[in-house]
Design a protein around this ligand. Sequence first.
Ligand code: GTP
Ligand code: MG
Length: 235
Amino acid sequence: MKDQEYERVMELESRKLAQEHNRQIIIQTQKEVEKNNDSIAELINNKLHEHNIKSFDIVGAIGAGKTAILEKITDILSQKYKILVICGDITTRVDADRIQKKNVDTIQINTGRECALNAYYILKIVKNIDLKKYNLIFIENVGNLICPAEFQLGMDKRIIIVSTTEGEWVIEKHPLLFRMSEIAIINKIDLKERLGTDLDKMVNDAKEINPNIKVILTSAKNNEGIEEIVKELNL
Ligand SMILES: Nc1nc2c(ncn2[C@@H]2O[C@H](COP(=O)(O)OP(=O)(O)OP(=O)(O)O)[C@@H](O)[C@H]2O)c(=O)[nH]1
Ligand SMILES: [Mg+2]
């Protein structure tokens, strides 16, 4: 999208921000966010490409290990790249504080009652940071396997994370996000035996739902599969 279009959305957004104490305006804005989400996402992606930034959007079940995996991969990647991690949660900045220890910049978004981030949140960040500072952006979405499907965030690739503790049916029950993702991580394989989770079924389900998806088995606890994720990012 052209710079003019970017400026127009920025201007619109600034005006909304100025009015954010007006309840009625906030409600209108929410509707507009949903309507315009995809075009805002496209705009964000173009802006990141202009700055040669590669970007990844991580979604997954609550507690599947999104932050744990991010801690591990940023630990490796921060030796070579300048990284920003944006974390979405209903409340607290626990995840951002955890990842910040890995020598990367972090921004925590608290969504309140909303069960997913949307492009509007990300636009606010993109327009307020110096993009020249970064080569890589990761977003950890709110832990949820349903809501994030509604909102593209303007990242290059989506990574979905589930784990052995959610049971072997978790993938077949949530096909949409698997269809929309490029990489599927099945984490906590160190617990597979103890839980009796049928890992083969999980892998097969992911492949059946999306034959193009790359499935990676990991244990963030034991560092298994972490290098494979880094390789698959194709940086
Ligand atoms: N055994 C085991 N535990 C893990 C693994 N990965 C993460 N955990 C643990 O699982 C719990 C949740 O991990 P997080 O990384 O916070 O998960 P999350 O997906 O970011 O959670 P939310 O952001 O709250 O949705 C923590 O206690 C982790 O230590 C793993 O591979 N094996
Ligand atoms: Mg987390």
